[in-house]
Unconditional design. Structure first.
Length: 224
């Protein structure tokens, strides 16, 4: 079987729910954790509060970040955006032979390094031996340098960079309207998906198309 996709997945806002945890810290309602940093299951993802609900000023937001980054191993405490999505991604990667890396711009918090905390979080949710890159700069240049086939992110500007600066497909996890996107995002090929689950469906379809194209090329090469 031919090699599968090379895929980069953003963490916060894409698979990890940073917004809800920031809201919990801001309002003093941090959920109790077990010894491995796992949170109790949330019955209804739609009911989770979001940081934007608090309408914090820039000064208040800076103060919140100062508090958050003093929490030991903060990056291990987040819930998944969609329970089970990380485990499903791991299963797809194994079955379809994908190379998956996780990318993030997370700042340093107390405790283990950002990379190690992120790896522990992913492993606890079913993705063994995850590759995590703490990055700076354009996601498009990263996608181009690493010769990625696809990038999944929740930030329009990151996806636009990928679409413009690389040959990778950009999948934007987005529930807003197209009018809120940067000019030219859709025109440059950024594909909108409402959830990380839908993004995984789109990756499977991209992989099928790619494998089918390779099969046709090989048949032409050998005269079949």
């Amino acid at each position: 079987m031919a090699a599968g996709l090379r895929v980069a997945i953003d963490l916060d806002g894409t698979v990890a729910d940073l917004s809800a945890e920031m809201h919990a810290v801001a309002t003093g309602r941090v959920a109790p954790r077990d010894g491995d940093g796992e949170a109790p299951e949330v019955s209804d993802v739609q009911d989770r509060p979001a940081l934007r609900d608090l309408a914090l000023s820039s000064r208040q937001l800076d103060a919140l970040w100062e508090t958050v980054l003093k929490i030991k191993d903060f990056w291990t405490t987040l819930d998944e955006m969609e329970p089970g999505a990380v485990k499903r991604l791991a299963k797809l990667a194994e079955e379809r032979r994908w190379d998956v890396l996780f990318i993030t711009t997370r700042p340093t918090s107390a405790g283990a390094t950002t990379q190690v905390q992120s790896q522990r979080w992913l492993e606890a949710r079913g993705f063994p031996r995850p590759s995590v890159y703490v990055v700076k700069g354009s996601r498009g240049k990263i996608a181009d340098a690493l010769q990625l086939d696809a990038v999944v992110d929740d930030r329009p500007e990151n996806c636009l960079d990928v679409a413009v600066e690389s040959s990778a497909r950009a999948f934007l996890v987005w529930q807003g309207s197209e009018a809120e996107l940067p000019p030219g995002a859709v025109r440059h090929g950024v594909k909108l998906v409402p959830t990380i689950g839908a993004a995984l469906d789109a990756l499977v379809e991209l992989d099928r198309q790619r494998q089918g194209g390779m099969g046709r090329s090989l048949r032409r090469l050998f005269g079949r």
